[in-house]
Write a protein that binds this ligand. Structure first.
Ligand SMILES: Nc1ncnc2c1ncn2[C@@H]1O[C@H](COP(=O)(O)OP(=O)(O)OP(=O)(O)O)[C@@H](O)[C@H]1O
Length: 251
């Protein structure tokens, strides 16, 4: 049974360097899956191919049975760092993503406001990115990616530039938004705790060319609360993933 996102024998080479795969991966509707792996193993390449921003060398990605052949509004993408337009307000940045919609300007503004509120930024509509903290800017970026109501949210190290405390807040916010909206999320992270805390499954990739070394279910209830990171099953899974990430390619 194929998932909402079906990655089928996907591989990517840059010149004669094989960066990725072949990889098979399925994401079911409403699943939250994280991908971890050594630096350079092809995580960003995988996400970029699913987003339709990079072409595969072989294999394909199907979304609800249809092959991906470019970016689409069924997929929202959030990258590391703060990728807002500095000359637009928080509201303006979200509205910008809605320009292609058939709705009126008034409806688009209401939709943008609704999504800023969803990420806890009501009251900050008129602030420019330079007037917002890093965490708030990344919340605007998430609001922007969710504003056109994609079914799938693809995130590449979305909280990598944030301090540890803000990162924790953002993980809680993200799981809250995911629970409310029943999105399907694929998130790349270097932070194994973040992967376990947020996800239903953690996929561990091998060093380059990245293939799937393990696909592990997270045995923790929802909603996730901060004390869970000390639970024995959390620590066990953490140790298991850490070991898998550091195993040599030939293993
Ligand atoms: N445009 C490109 N041209 C040539 N090589 C590339 C290109 N993009 C990625 N690569 C190579 O492909 C491999 C996988 O890169 P990718 O960025 O997908 O890895 P990653 O797992 O996301 O790394 P990191 O965790 O460090 O961000 C790397 O060896 C990288 O150097």
């Amino acid at each position: 049974m194929n998932g909402l996102v079906h990655v089928d024998a996907l591989s990517k080479s840059f010149g004669d360097v094989q960066a990725l795969g072949p990889i098979d991966l399925d994401l079911r509707g409403n699943e939250f899956v994280s991908v971890v792996g050594a630096s350079g193993c092809g995580k960003s390449t995988l996400l970029s191919i699913i987003a339709g921003l990079t072409d595969a060398t072989a294999g394909e990605v199907l979304i609800a049975g249809d092959p991906v052949d470019g970016p689409g509004r069924d997929r929202g993408v959030v990258f590391q760092g703060f990728t807002l337009f500095p000359w637009l307000t928080a509201l303006g940045n979200v509205e910008f993503a809605l320009q292609g919609e058939k709705s009126s300007k008034r409806e688009r503004t209401a939709q943008a406001r609704e999504h800023l509120a969803l990420v806890g930024l009501d009251g900050f509509d008129d602030h420019y990115p330079s007037q917002l903290s890093g965490g708030m800017q990344q919340r605007v970026a998430i609001a922007r990616s969710l504003s056109y109501r994609p079914r799938i949210l693809l995130m590449d190290e979305p909280f990598g530039a944030l301090d540890a405390l803000t990162r924790r807040d953002m993980q809680a916010l993200l799981t809250h938004v995911w629970e409310q909206h029943k999105l399907t999320v694929l998130m790349i992270t270097h932070d194994i705790e973040e992967a376990i805390f947020t996800s239903d499954r953690v996929v561990v990739m091998t060093p380059r060319p990245g293939r799937i070394r393990a696909d592990l279910a997270v045995p923790l209830e929802r909603p996730r609360v901060s004390g869970m990171t000390e639970a024995p099953e959390f620590r066990e899974l953490f140790a298991q993933i850490l070991e898998l990430v550091h195993e040599k390619a030939a293993a």
